[in-house]
Structure formats: C-alpha cells, structure tokens
Ligand binder design. Structure first.
Ligand SMILES: CC(=O)SCCNC(=O)CCNC(=O)[C@H](O)C(C)(C)COP(=O)(O)OP(=O)(O)OC[C@H]1O[C@@H](n2cnc3c(N)ncnc32)[C@H](O)[C@@H]1OP(=O)(O)O
Ligand SMILES: O=C([O-])CC(=O)C(=O)O
Length: 396
C-alpha cells in the first residue's frame, strides 16, 4: 500500500492546505450526532447514547435520528407497523441472490441487493415526503431480510419469510438462525443496533452524503455507503478482530502478539479512532453487553483474550490515545448469538442504515454537490508522442 500523503502541501492557486483524510476539516453542518472524543461522549439528536441504549429500541432510535424527535406512541406504532409490512423482498431479488457465488462476501451481496432495490421503485421523487418515508421504511425493513436471505441461500437453503409476530430484532435473528431467539438475546441485539446506528461523518456516512448530493436515489446512497463500510479500516474491522482473537488464542499470548504486530507496523484491529482519544463509549457499553450475554448463555474464552489485549495495549498504545473502538467487543456478542463472523459487518449495516438515511434527508434539506479540489502532482504540459517514438512503457 502507498505511503500516506504528508501534510503541509498547499493548493497552487488557492493556497489552501491539504489535509490528508480530511482530518479535522468540517465538510458539512449536521444536527444528527455529536461526539466529544476527549471525554468519550456520544449523543444522537442531543440524547446521550447510554440513555438510548438503556431505554429505547432500534426502531425508535432510527425514527429519532431520521426525523429529529422521539416519536409519540402513535407515530412509533405506525412506523413499526410500516416496517413490519415491508420486510419481505421480491422473489426477483431472492432469485438474483441465488446467482451470487456462495463463496462471495456477504457485504458484496448486500451492496448489490441494496442497489437492486432502486430497480423496483421510481427514482426521481426525492422531493416527495411520501416517497422519502416509503424509502426509509423499505430500506430499514428489507436490509435485514436480505442479509438473512443470503446466509440461507449460500448454505443451499431457501430463505425463510419474516414472522409478523416477532419484533424487528427478534425477527432478524429468527430469519438468520431459523430459531426464535431468547428474549434477552433479542434485546441485547437490539441494543447493539442502537449503538451502531449513527456516528457523525464517518467514512460510510460521508460516502452516503456525497452520493446523496448528486440527487440520486436513496438505494444508490445506501449501496455506496455499504461498500464503504465494508473496508477493514471501517466497519470491516469487527470481523478482523475475531480473527485476531482466535490467532492470539490465549490471554498469556496477548503482550507478545502486540509487540510483534507493532514491530511489524501492523495495526491492531478494533483499536484507534479519528475522533476518540479515550475508549469509545460504545465499546464500554458493548463490553457490558458481552458480560450480560455470557452471564446468561455461558462464557467464551475469547473474551479473556480480548480483555488481555486491552490491558496489554494500555501501556503500548494508550500514550498515543489509541483505545478500543466500537468494533472491538461487538463480535463477541454476535458470536454468542450464533451470527457467523463474515456477517458481523452486514449486521453493522443493518444498524447504520438509520444514520445514512438521516444524513440523506439532511443533505437534501440544504444540498450542494460535493466537489472538493485536489493538489495536482502529475506531469506538466507535454507534447503528444506518436506510438512508434515511445521508448519506454510507463511503469506499472
Ligand atoms: C466503525 C469504525 O470504523 S471504528 C474503526 C475501525 N477500524 C479499525 O479498528 C482498524 C484499526 N484502526 C485504524 O486503522 C485507525 O485507528 C483508524 C482508521 C480507525 C483511524 O485512522 P487515522 O485517524 O487516520 O489514524 P492513523 O491511521 O493515521 O494513525 C495515527 C497513528 O496511530 C497509529 N495507529 C492508529 N490506529 C492503530 C492501531 N489500531 N494499532 C496500532 N497503531 C495504530 C498509526 O500507526 C499512526 O502512528 P504513527 O503516527 O506513528 O504513524
Ligand atoms: O466515526 C468513525 O470514523 C468510525 C466509527 O466509529 C463509526 O462509523 O461508527
């Protein structure tokens, strides 16, 4: 991989400084989510994350994020009912998924199936509040169904239909595992979704806003965000954390593993954050949820490995402000729920679609197309070279 660009470069004509990765550069104004990375505080629409995770539900939190206020009892009932009515996906989408290679990554399957929804619904009605409401409902309702469907299809089975008597999270776990989940497991999963629902201008949300700013349809917005979330520096890290815990194997190996990884300049997955200089507040809650899961459903020795890595990392990475992020403990909850490792990031997407849609609406409310500039570092003006006069092929 190429070296990251160094700072202190300025645009030749405007004099504006290049900030690689847009570090610290405000790229939009938003009223959706606030992060205090020094204190480890996270709020959605002004409500502390801890209060929402303790008292709300994923659908209620999604409503808050997208429409700005907590719903009334009637509004919530209407929203929950609408989502329930739109959980099914067309047989055409299921048949398309049957043509996907079973060995493909479920994030690629999700990105393709989310994009395919745009084929079914009109594209040019984004000014119509009913179109917006319907698109929000469809995406929140259908993404879990598509994630569960690909899981069964790749095992050679037919997807199972959603169950109308089950609430949002319980229904997803049922469609995935073909068993009605324990109510505590379903509640813990619902809390995980709330914790992952939104996080200001992270890479996938930025991607969603850039796509939204072209006035394309919301299915393309979500599909582009899913593709961005998949990368290992972003949502994809939750899958890699589990691989790391398995590789480390025992708590005693944690220190040596960290020393070796750092000497080889490898990043520790599930650690570090552009915004947080302390432990991610979501990781604190997720760790408590892991313990709640294990107290009820049995211990997992990989948790001891995770705790040892966090302890050993304190002296090695803590001085640089590098602590566990949201991806560090989530996989241990999902593993206990019977979710396969390569579905951890699709599960993240099930939650984050709420944040993406909130940003889609906000972007459309005061839209200007994203079109930043660049600092050109290529050749200066050159004379055309006829093919027979070219002496060397350009380096790969
Ligand atoms: C849902 C989410 O997206 S949460 C993040 C999930 N991603 C991960 O867990 C992957 C591991 N973490 C990382 O790659 C980074 O910390 C990111 C991508 C999250 C943030 O990246 P940035 O803000 O650009 O920080 P950057 O990568 O420049 O790192 C700054 C310094 O900290 C070090 N660092 C950052 N994260 C880590 C890590 N996980 N392990 C070891 N060192 C790290 C870098 O090597 C760099 O050191 P240097 O200054 O000596 O070169
Ligand atoms: O905010 C970020 O850059 C990444 C993150 O934690 C998230 O998207 O939840």
């Amino acid at each position: 991989m190429a070296q990251k660009q160094s700072g202190d470069l300025r645009h030749a004509r405007t004099g504006i400084e290049l900030r690689p990765g847009l570090d610290g550069v405000p790229a939009t104004q938003s009223a959706i989510c606030d992060i205090d990375g020094e204190q480890g505080l996270l709020t959605y629409r002004g409500y502390p994350m801890q209060d929402l995770a303790a008292n709300s539900s994923f659908l209620e939190t999604a409503f808050l994020l997208i429409w700005g206020e907590l719903p009334s009892r009637d509004q919530l009932a209407e929203f929950e009912h609408a989502v329930q009515m739109h959980r099914r996906v067309s047989f055409r989408v299921r048949d398309m998924m049957k043509c996907f290679p079973a060995s493909g990554h479920p994030m690629d399957a999700l990105q393709s199936s989310a994009a395919s929804l745009g084929l079914f619904y009109s594209r040019r009605a984004i000014d119509d509040p009913q179109y917006v409401y319907d698109a929000v409902v469809r995406l929140i309702a259908k993404i879990p169904t598509m994630v569960a469907a690909f899981q069964l299809i790749r095992k050679g089975q037919d997807p199972i239909q959603p169950r109308d008597d089950l609430a949002y999270s319980a229904n997803f776990l049922y469609m995935l595992t073909e068993r009605e989940p324990d109510p505590l497991a379903a509640r813990i999963f619902d809390r995980c979704l709330m914790l992952h629902a939104e996080h200001s201008l992270n890479a996938s949300t930025f991607s969603a806003r850039v796509t939204a700013s072209t006035l394309t349809d919301p299915y393309a917005v979500v599909a582009s965000a899913v593709g961005t979330l998949a990368g290992p520096l972003h949502g994809g890290a939750n899958e890699d954390v589990l691989a790391m815990l398995e590789e480390v194997g025992t708590a005693e190996n944690a220190g040596a593993y960290l020393d070796e990884a750092m000497a080889a300049k490898r990043k520790i997955m599930g650690f570090g954050h552009r915004e947080y200089k302390v432990k991610d507040p979501r990781a604190v809650i997720l760790q408590a949820l892991v313990e709640e899961m294990f107290a009820r459903f049995g211990h997992d020795e990989l948790y001891d490995v995770a705790v040892a890595i966090e302890r050993e990392a304190e002296s090695r990475l803590g001085p640089k402000g590098i602590y566990p992020n949201v991806d560090f403990y989530s996989g241990l909850v999902y593993r206990k729920l019977g979710i396969p490792r390569d579905l951890f990031t699709p599960v993240f997407a099930i939650a984050r679609v709420a944040g993406w849609l909130a940003h889609w609406r906000e972007q459309l409310g005061a839209n200007r197309i994203f079109r930043p500039s660049q600092i050109y570092s290529g050749s200066q003006l050159r004379a055309w070279m006829p093919i027979d006069e070219r002496v060397t092929a350009p380096a790969a």
